[in-house]
Write a protein that binds this ligand. Structure first.
Ligand SMILES: Nc1nc2c(ncn2[C@@H]2O[C@H](COP(=O)(O)OP(=O)(O)OP(=O)(O)O)[C@@H](O)[C@H]2O)c(=O)[nH]1
Ligand SMILES: [Mg+2]
Length: 542
């Protein structure tokens, strides 16, 4: 276990890492909504006081960077394992003994390296260790470290920065506090409900939410979150999720930007853990529907093995040996991990297989080979990955999050502008920023931002809405095609046009006659959303 904690106030430069890192500064935002917000910022900047202008620069810089995706959850839920699988390299230490103590931002860089960002604002650079992991020895006392910037030439990181976080309900209050800070929650919210073996002993509530600057820098980065859950969703899971969403304006904290992972699916004690995991994940998604948009079942360990190249030819060969055993003795092997000590399996390989795949993963692999002895190592890896549930997560990050990054980032930037206005040292700044945001939101091109805000209010339960209307709004906001937006797959353009107009009218009438004032405000935005969609369709847009 790495020792020491990170605590105390610090003086990390608010402009944060990209400026100091030596990596090229990001260019303009990739999407139309981001560009719209960036243009507003550029127009506004000359009229602001130097302090607000510097803060505005930070908003603009973040807008142009990759989506900031935090992986959060309780201690030992498998966060670092998920991070490794996503990045496609085993870079974060994962071990029963190894606790993640620091917020680590894995991001694209031209040279692989770890930059240690110290609480005094200084940085020093280290290489990854001999195994390719973020080194355990960071060269200074841990309490002098704010967070880590880990650079990798991984393709995924070009569009998404993956932030590994210390576990919540950690016995190490300082590192848990950093995550609670990242999630926007009060320090110590998790201690009371921590279970046996996980309980923190410190009186964290008494410690107070003293956020160090390193954590604040990390908070400012998270734009979406993967929340790693295990079998039982505990009260503190929901609390931490609530805290993430309470951190900033609803549009930045939309449940649409938070997805749960039911990890360690392989460890569910059921005759068919895969099927049980699917059901449990669906139940958790219902229970947490105002917190996350979905819960995906995952065997993170298997995903890590298959995605990071840890699962090798010699592992596959060993599994083939096992598959050739008599069915009865094979079965005996799987009664428990202890029985996995048989002369047929060399000691080293045995430990390695268990470490890579755990017992259920080994069984799955052996079953796959037994059913199809000609399976190549590549095919085996592919099938194991498919059974782990990882493809759905990959799809979510590569496709759904990446596609929606423009809207997410623009919404987060608008929320940051609100905050900037609220904290402006000069009253004139406040008025100018608010006027600029209002002017931006009046434009038809910015309507998607209003819709995102409305969807956030509805999906978080802040504005209650009949279930069918909530579903309709979610589709309108996140559908990739007009047919998806209108919930009418396969419909032709004429039908889509008709439906868009019909839905616009239905929402207008709901806004006028059937709704509470809050519902009415949302309904007006949705009406306009369908109307604009109709205009686009009628004008022949794709
Ligand atoms: N069987 C099984 N074990 C897993 C799975 N995912 C992670 N683990 C194991 O759980 C332990 C903790 O995993 P980590 O990824 O280090 O968990 P973490 O949430 O990052 O832990 P902290 O940073 O200390 O909070 C490790 O021994 C992993 O190998 C899984 O899907 N199945
Ligand atoms: Mg970890």
């Amino acid at each position: 276990m790495r020792d020491g904690t990170v605590a105390g106030a610090a003086a990390v430069h608010p402009l944060g890492p990209a400026h100091a890192s030596g990596e090229p500064t990001q260019g303009a935002p990739g999407g139309p909504l981001g560009r719209l917000v960036a243009e507003t910022c550029a127009r506004l900047r000359p009229y602001l006081s130097p302090v607000s202008a510097a803060r505005l620069d930070e908003v603009t810089r973040r807008l142009a960077g990759p989506l900031q995706l935090a992986v959060a959850g309780r201690i030992k839920s498998g966060k670092s394992t998920v991070v490794n699988a996503l990045i496609g390299r085993r870079v974060a230490a994962t071990d029963v003994r190894e606790c993640t103590r620091l917020v680590t931002r894995f991001q694209y860089g031209t040279v692989d390296r770890v930059e240690v960002v110290r609480t005094d604002g200084g940085r020093h650079t280290l290489p990854y260790d001999a195994e390719g992991l973020v080194p355990a020895d960071l060269g200074v006392e841990p309490d002098r470290i704010a967070y880590l910037d880990a650079y990798l030439t991984s393709a995924l990181l070009a569009s998404v920065t993956v932030i590994d976080t210390p576990g919540l309900a950690s016995t190490d209050r300082a590192s848990a506090r950093r995550t609670e800070a990242l999630l926007g929650g009060p320090a110590g919210a998790t201690d009371a409900s921590a279970g046996p073996g996980e309980a923190g002993t410190g009186n964290a509530a008494a410690a107070g939410p003293q956020l160090d600057a390193g954590s604040q820098a990390a908070i400012a980065q998270a734009e979406a979150v993967l929340y790693v859950l295990t079998q039982t969703t505990r009260a503190d899971d929901a609390e931490a999720l609530a805290a993430f969403q309470a951190y900033s304006a609803p549009q930045a904290a939309s449940p649409m930007n938070a997805v749960g992972l039911l990890n360690k699916a392989d460890q569910i004690a059921a005759p068919d853990p895969v099927a049980a995991a699917r059901e449990l994940a669906a139940a958790q998604a219902r229970a947490l529907r105002h917190r996350v948009s979905d819960v995906l079942p995952l065997a993170g360990l298997v995903a890590e093995a298959t995605e990071t190249g840890q699962f090798t030819e010699s592992d596959a060969e060993l599994l083939r040996q096992l598959a050739r055993l008599e069915p009865a003795s094979r079965e005996l092997l799987f009664y428990s991990a202890d029985l996995f000590v048989r002369p047929e399996v060399p000691v080293g390989g045995r430990a390695r297989l268990l470490e890579r795949l755990d017992l259920f993963g080994v069984r799955q692999a052996v079953d796959l080979i037994a059913a199809n002895p000609g399976l190549t190592t590549g095919e085996l890896r592919h099938r194991l990955a498919a059974q782990s549930g990882f493809p759905a997560l990959r799809e979510l990050v590569d496709h759904a999050f990446r596609r929606r990054a423009d809207g997410i980032k623009a919404s987060v930037a608008l929320a940051a502008l609100d905050l900037l206005a609220a904290r402006a040292p000069v009253p004139a700044d406040r008025t100018r920023i608010r006027d600029a945001v209002e002017e931006l939101l009046q434009r038809p091109q910015a309507h998607q931002l209003r819709l995102l805000e409305a969807a956030a209010l509805v999906s978080s339960g802040t504005v209650p809405m009949p279930a069918d209307r909530a579903v309709e709004l979610a589709a309108l906001v996140s559908g990739e095609t007009a047919a998806e937006q209108l919930g009418a797959p396969g419909a032709d353009r004429e039908a889509l046009c008709g439906r868009a107009l019909e839905r616009a009218a239905a929402w207008r009438s709901f806004a006028t006659f059937g709704a509470t004032p809050a519902q009415s405000r949302v309904a007006h935005q949705v009406h306009r959303g369908f109307f604009l969609l109709w205009q686009r369709l009628a004008a022949g847009a794709p």
